[in-house]
Design a protein around this ligand. Structure first.
Ligand code: PGA
Length: 251
């Protein structure tokens, strides 16, 4: 089980420290649940200062697929490792939608992140139009297959998938627990066919899209929902910690 907070383009150097400290105290000992926060690049360092020595891990929200070079404005996997990142979110729908990220690019980033010992949190999800047209399963399956092409695993905890229906992100609408479970089961079967039973059944598949303390239990108790990628509710330490507690109860 993993509960990860995606702070998106929120916080500054000072407020990131304050939020990270508040998360550390509100979460306390997360026990069997893994917990991470993903601040903007410029606040990674300050956040790591606070998280260092606590059970809460650091993640980034994106990275470039190359090691170094003439890529103005970009950040590499080794830079993320150097500031203490454990996870990196890749292929978030906002990256795909606003910054033109493609399945092939996401695939290259996953391979690069793993070669630098980062754990990618790979986001997939359909739009409302795609769901209404009955294409959600096709879209998500194809995103998962392209993202994972040529990816290998040394252990199941080196990869995380996040199913985030785009129509549920930041909208207050969530997929019903059944809709989430159905899609997670499809993703699970793709993971099993690529990585085999042992790894495929053990990779964490998170749900993301308006997960809050009051709807977390019904989602997290589903068989193939192994955690959450939390946007809005991760900006309030108490709300985020409540979701972690729900995860502990359902784990
Ligand atoms: P939300 O965002 O929880 O605010 O819907 C989730 C995400 O985009 O990862």
């Amino acid at each position: 089980m993993l509960i990860a907070g995606n702070w998106k383009m929120n916080s500054d150097h000072t407020s990131a420290r304050l939020l990270a400290s508040a998360v550390v105290s509100a979460v306390g000992d997360p026990m069997q649940v893994h917990v991470a926060v993903c601040p903007p690049f410029v606040n990674l360092d300050a956040t790591f200062d606070v998280l260092h020595g606590t059970p809460i891990r650091l993640g980034a929200q994106n990275m470039h697929e190359e090691d170094a070079g003439a890529f103005t404005g970009e950040v590499s996997a080794s830079m993320l490792r150097a500031v203490g990142c454990y996870y990196v979110i890749l292929g978030h729908s906002e990256r795909r939608q606003y910054f033109g990220e493609s399945d092939a690019g996401v695939n290259r980033k996953i391979i690069q992140s793993q070669s630098h010992s980062l754990v990618p949190i790979v986001c997939v999800g359909e739009t409302l139009d795609e769901r209404e047209a009955g294409r959600a399963v096709d879209v998500v399956s194809s995103q998962v297959s392209s993202a994972l092409e040529g990816v290998t695993l040394v252990s199941a905890d080196r990869l995380v998938i996040a199913y985030e229906p785009i129509w549920a992100i930041g909208t207050g609408k969530t997929a019903s627990p059944e809709e989430a479970q159905d899609m997670h089961a499809i993703i699970r079967s793709l993971l099993v066919s690529q990585f085999g039973d042992d790894f495929g059944t053990a990779v964490n598949i998170l749900y993301g899209g308006s997960m809050k303390p009051d709807n977390a239990a019904s989602l997290l108790e589903k068989k193939d929902v192994d955690g959450g990628l939390i946007g809005g509710a991760s900006l309030k330490a108490e709300e985020f910690a409540k979701i972690v507690r729900v995860a502990q109860e359902t784990a």
